[in-house]
Design a protein around this ligand. Structure first.
Ligand SMILES: O=C([O-])CC(=O)C(=O)O
Ligand SMILES: [Mg+2]
Length: 225
């Protein structure tokens, strides 16, 4: 049975870096449009700075207000990994601050996202390393465990497995299954090109053709008087 709730899995399968890089520079809203608009984590997990996020999930589960397992994870994660921390959504105690995030940055990790709160907000807001969280509080973390590393976790209303592709920008974060990535990136590229064409017509011709608006109004029997 092992020690339930206190477990570290050392390794997992990561997608090919070339596949992850397909999403570089792609707006998360456009990717999400190609996933039936359903892939986003909860909107209360927001960017702490303006650095775009892209990498593979290295998952961590911690008890509310405790960061022992995140300390261990920082040494185990590989360059290109995004450490994804399920802290149960707790907002009463910070899980990390500027020291830990500076170390993650130095180690070449791709970002840290947290269903919980941080501290040292001003310093992290000025960094060029992506961090997402629900907010900040000065209360620091305990370091007693238990917790888990590289198990399947719940994060902002989504199930995240180690190795999932994580993409974030100012709109928030989406989660992509590696086996769906190549087809999804190709579809997203088409959406981006289509939207660029629409934007060009809006900006240069003040034209925004949407016949479906009147079609839908007719379908729902809207009374126009
Ligand atoms: O002290 C802690 O446990 C977390 C912290 O503030 C830092 O990483 O800078
Ligand atoms: Mg600190």
């Amino acid at each position: 049975m092992g020690n339930v709730g206190c477990k570290i899995i050392k390794d997992f399968k990561r997608p090919d870096r070339k596949v992850v890089e397909l999403f570089k520079g792609m707006p998360v809203a456009n990717i999400d449009d190609c996933m039936n608009r359903t892939a986003a984590v909860r909107s209360d997990i927001v960017p702490m700075n303006k650095t775009p996020l892209l990498g593979t999930a290295f998952t961590v589960k911690v008890p509310e207000g405790d960061n022992l397992m995140f300390h261990k994870a920082m040494d185990m994660a590989q360059p290109g990994d995004v450490i994804v921390i399920d802290a149960g959504g707790d907002v009463t105690r910070a899980i990390f601050g500027e020291l830990m995030i500076t170390y993650c940055h130095k180690r070449g990790l791709a970002g840290v996202i947290l269903d919980g709160v941080i501290r040292d907000y001003d310093e992290i807001a000025a960094m060029d390393f992506p961090v997402y969280a629900k907010g900040a509080i000065p209360n620091g973390p305990y370091k007693n465990g238990p917790g888990e590393i590289n198990t399947v976790i719940s994060f902002g209303g989504k199930v995240i497995c180690p190795g999932d592709i994580i993409v974030g920008d100012g709109d928030g974060i989406i989660v992509i299954k590696p086996e769906e990535a190549e087809e999804l990136a190709a579809k997203t590229k088409q959406v981006m090109e289509k939207e660029a064409g629409i934007m060009d017509k809006i900006v240069n011709e003040c034209s925004y053709v949407r016949p479906w608006v009147d079609e839908k109004l007719e379908e729902i029997g809207c009374e126009i008087i």
